[in-house]
Write a protein that binds this ligand. Sequence first.
Ligand code: SAM
Length: 233
Amino acid sequence: MKKNNHTKLAQPDKQVAVTTSTPATAQTAGNPQEPLGSGLPRNGVAPERKRVAYADPPYIGQAHRHYSHDPRCAEVDHEALIRELNEKYDGWALSCSSPSLQMLLKLCPPDVRIGSWVKPFASYKKANPAYTWEPVIFKPGRSRKGRFTVRDYVDANITLKRGLCGVKPDRFCYWLFEILGMQPEDEFVDLFLGSGAVTRAWKAWSDCELQRRITDEPFGLYVQRKDLASLPH
Ligand SMILES: C[S@@+](CC[C@H](N)C(=O)[O-])C[C@H]1O[C@@H](n2cnc3c(N)ncnc32)[C@H](O)[C@@H]1O
């Protein structure tokens, strides 16, 4: 019997991480007593705080194949999930498989975008052509006007040996925060926490973005490999 997990998803519990940053505490690396800047964007105005959610449920039809160890494991009601994302959040993203895209788009509002996680290194299984990309349906929480132009795809290898199937790589996460137009002031809700990798990446990204405001470097984290290298992978 299909189990509707919608109510579980709606209630923050230990498996749902809600995270925000605190710009006012940003300090210089060299002299921790002396703030380099206000931690605000260049225009000096704190962005309006948005609520943004990321849903990374099991692929449709594959919950038990990959996550039977989890007592909550059940097929997720995607219709209820998308309704919840739309009603409760300013911005959101939903990871899914390419075979499910046709069905899921019918449940989405017309203004969603489709991003692509391209996987140069992927698990081939039996399919030919192999499945080597994953759609990300997303609705930005705010406009990216005035910020660097981010692509609607990211290339990042799948993770291995992380104790869970489907753990998202940091590079994917940093791209996700950019396409959603996020700012460090935002509230980030990680609805399918899994290993916690996305929530950890959010903390790293938002801390880095606050420092970037202070040092006034022009580009976002995602495009700069040196920044990626300086964060935990
Ligand atoms: C794709 S993984 C999430 C991976 C996570 N984003 C990461 O980077 O580690 C999906 C997660 O949802 C959990 N899960 C499976 N069925 C669920 C359900 N019905 N409700 C909530 N979570 C579920 C799985 O145990 C797994 O931790």
